[in-house]
Design a protein around this ligand. Structure first.
Ligand code: SF4
Length: 359
């Protein structure tokens, strides 16, 4: 086993494997190729890494394409109005990422471009240890220890780390550091990510296809799937709230009242239907935003990272503008409003129940 005499060689079979098995992704440079001289390359790496946090590659691809077409450089993104970026992010979830994206792009634009070291990248707003390390390694070729959930799994198994997460993270990182090479550090980081997502999978790892199987202690031990040891999941609380569908006009001229949510809280900065003040942490009041004949349209269910929500949907018609910040939005264009998924579900329910069937 290499692990028993020279850990510094473990990257070799991994990089050889990566040279022929690397995933072809729109934000990737082919394995072994020199780093692109395109000045927007760090921007593309950063954007993809932010989008990929807690989100699958399949879900990210269309958003990455839309963002890079609309805002080809970090300077374009920095100059974009907040609400346009938030609307373009709608559906990708974890909306604090979009708010941080805007903040970070403006700081980078102010500095004239991305800093090139892990240490300096960490100073940017919203950029955590993982993202800084991955940009430093992938975009700038700096030796940085990149540990995401995929890498965490591979390392836990390779070195048979049985200490439960999150306490095991320090040990995992120390082992990742020991096997990170000084050359091709970006390729190595991506090779580890690909190995974790394609071969060393959470369930039923495909050890026979693994380039480091001869050195893997969990494989030798017979139960790699048991690692990493995760803490027991807590049951998610159930929450209740109400969303209000307020309409005016008829036929092609029909409109719906949309609001812009407060900047920093739950779904902050997103365009939305008015609601009764629910957040994922407390139930709403149920109070209607204006007097009138409210019709109960039923409810939609949505699961956030920390709670399940049952959102009642009520509809009313009015000719007066409801109180508070908001705007009338053409009903037939509601899908372009950039509503986050929970409100898009409520809107779809309301649209499906319109008497004139306009959509
Ligand atoms: Fe993962 Fe199996 Fe490879 Fe070990 S041998 S790193 S458990 S895929």
């Amino acid at each position: 086993m290499i692990a028993s005499f020279d850990l510094s060689l473990l990257h070799r079979p991994l990089l050889d494997w990566y040279d022929t098995h690397a995933r072809d992704l729109p934000w990737r440079n082919p394995p072994g190729a020199p780093r692109p001289i395109d000045p927007n390359w760090p921007y593309r790496v950063w954007l993809s890494e932010v989008m990929l946090q807690q989100t699958t590659v399949a879900a990210v691809k269309p958003y990455f394409a839309k963002f890079t077409q609309t805002w080809p450089s970090v300077f374009d993104l920095a100059a974009a109005p907040d609400e346009e970026v938030m609307a373009a992010w709608a559906g990708l979830g974890y909306y604090s990422r979009a708010r941080n994206l805007v903040k970070c792009s403006r700081e980078v634009a102010k500095r004239g471009g991305f800093p090139t070291t892990e240490k300096a990248l960490r100073e940017l707003p919203g950029l955590g240890a993982y993202t800084a390390a991955s940009i430093a390694a992938i975009a700038f070729g700096e030796r940085a220890v990149v540990v995401d959930a995929n890498v965490e799994r591979v390392i836990s198994r390779l070195f048979l780390i049985v200490e439960p997460l999150p306490a095991a993270r320090k040990t995992i990182r120390a082992h990742a550091d020991r096997i990170t090479p000084h050359e091709r550090t970006g390729d190595f980081a991506q090779a580890m990510m690909d190995l974790g997502s394609q071969v060393c999978t959470t369930k039923a790892p495909r050890c026979l296809l693994c380039p480091v199987r001869e050195d893997c202690q969990a494989r030798a031990n017979g139960d790699p799937q048991a690692l990493p040891v995760k803490p027991a999941k807590k049951a998610k609380p159930e929450r209740k709230g109400t969303a209000f569908w307020i309409e005016r006009g008829e036929g092609e001229g029909a409109e719906v009242w949309l609001v812009q949510r407060e900047g920093t809280g739950m779904l902050g900065g997103m365009r939305a239907l008015p609601d009764d003040g629910w957040t994922a942490r407390k139930d709403g009041s149920g109070a209607e935003p204006l007097s009138g004949d409210w019709e109960d349209l039923g409810a939609v269910r949505h699961t956030f990272s920390h709670a399940h929500l049952t959102l009642q949907v009520k509809r009313a018609r009015t000719d007066a503008a409801p109180t508070g910040e908001g705007k009338w939005w053409p009903l037939h264009e509601w899908e372009e409003a950039g509503l986050p998924t929970v409100f898009a579900k409520a809107a779809a329910l309301a649209m499906a129940q319109r008497p004139d069937g306009v959509d």
